[in-house]
Design a protein around this ligand. Sequence first.
Ligand code: FES
Length: 138
Amino acid sequence: MAGKRTCGCGVSRRGLLGTAGATVAVTAVSACGEPPNPQEVRRGRVIGQTDEVPEGGGAVFSHSKLVVTQPEKGRYKAFSAACTHGGCTVQEVEDEVIRCLCHGSEFDVVSGEPLSGPAKEPLEPFTVTIDGTDIILD
Ligand code: FES
């Protein structure tokens, strides 16, 4: 259909707005797009603060297109926030699972491996260094 707008994951904006709650729709629409370009995710950059990443959970840093988790106290893991199914930015980390709400894929907070949903490939891993409370992309 001419003029139909879709995000990178193939979901129409109208579909997102019509089937999801307003908060989720706004997040999903702004989150959909191209997978992160490694060159735009600059190495050595502070991407967040440790107090933003709860133990046993994680946080999505959409400005850096990264999700950082803390599976155990003081042990941080980082992954590309681009869902390997269709490129949406994953939206939440809860109950030791990273979730993409576009189509329901779930990923392990330790390995980034897909646990359920249509994604079959793991989230791309990155490494981070903690300096005080700064989380720095290596
Ligand atoms: S883009 Fe389809 S589940 Fe994430």
